[in-house]
Write a protein that binds this ligand. Structure first.
Ligand SMILES: Nc1ncnc2c1ncn2[C@@H]1O[C@H](COP(=O)(O)OP(=O)(O)O)[C@@H](O)[C@H]1O
Ligand SMILES: [Mg+2]
Length: 260
């Protein structure tokens, strides 16, 4: 299954949330976190692990990609990050056109390269836009998480993006309000989302609105590589919330025919 996590605008904790989801899911399944954010990765520098071999090197194996990759090949490009109980990740360079090109390559064919049987892939796709190199991954996702703040600017962006996003992602979208959400209450955001969905002419595709996620600096710092995880890392406020979100996301895989 493929879960994409992206942002509407600003920095609403996409990388933190993708890694947190990967950490809680890793406790019960095989999980691969992929930094597919065309604007660059953060995990290698946050956790002080080598960038190569990672996403760029995987994408450069074009002959292997054509014939298909198996778990053993993907493993060569994978790092083990000390977050939660440990997370397997394919990391990307912090910026540059090579990163954009690599994201485009792994996104080809509905992310076929990244998918393995019985592996849950969580992809950090950065900012959500139809112009993004990661857009085909978002279209192919079984579930997509869109992170945003409950602010006027975010709602305006959402109204602009929703018609195309719903056309691409359909009923597989979940909107998640980030910590410190902004001026609007979740119910007001939900109302605004419903209005946008009706305006888009797709009332049956109303996405659920989650959150806001709890403000939890201790866990956020652990997920940013600034603190070591402690034994009870799953019992912090942010991890509990992400545990619930992860359970919801994996409850109905490909409910509306997402990834193949
Ligand atoms: N729930 C949270 N509580 C407190 N700080 C958070 C939380 N989530 C993320 N942060 C902090 O917010 C900043 C941006 O998060 P990040 O995940 O890198 O955002 P993005 O990927 O959207 O740019 C980081 O410093 C991160 O530690
Ligand atoms: Mg990020």
């Amino acid at each position: 299954m493929l879960i994409t996590v992206g942002s509407l605008k600003g920095q609403p904790a996409v990388t933190t949330t993708a890694l947190g989801l990967a950490a809680v899911l890793s406790a019960g399944a095989r999980v691969l976190l992929v930094e597919a954010d065309p604007s660059g990765g953060d995990l290698a520098s946050n956790f002080r692990v080598p960038i190569a071999p990672g996403l760029v090197e995987l994408a450069s194996q074009t002959s292997t990609l054509v014939s298909g990759v198996d778990a053993a090949v993907l493993e060569r490009f994978t790092r083990r990050l000390p977050a939660g109980g440990g997370v397997s990740a394919i990391v990307a360079p912090p910026a540059g056109s090579r990163t954009v090109a690599a994201v485009a390559v792994v996104a080809v064919g509905r992310g076929r390269v990244l998918r393995q049987p019985d592996v849950t892939v969580v992809a950090d796709v950065g900012r959500v836009s139809p112009a993004s190199a990661a857009w085909p991954l978002m279209e192919a996702a079984d579930r997509m998480v869109l992170m945003m703040r409950g602010r006027l600017g975010d709602l305006a962006h959402l109204h602009g993006l929703l018609p195309e996003l719903l056309a691409a992602v359909g009923g597989r979208l979940t909107i998640v309000l980030c910590a410190g959400g902004g001026g609007y209450r979740p119910a007001q955001v939900t109302d605004s989302v419903h209005t946008a969905v009706r305006e888009a002419g797709l009332p049956s595709l109303c996405p659920p609105v989650w959150g806001p996620l709890p403000h939890d600096e201790t866990t956020a710092r652990m997920l940013a590589g600034e603190r070591k995880p402690h034994k009870k890392w799953r019992h912090t406020p942010l991890m509990r919330a992400l545990d619930e979100l992860a359970a919801d996301l994996t409850r109905q895989p490909a409910a509306t025919g997402g990834g193949r």
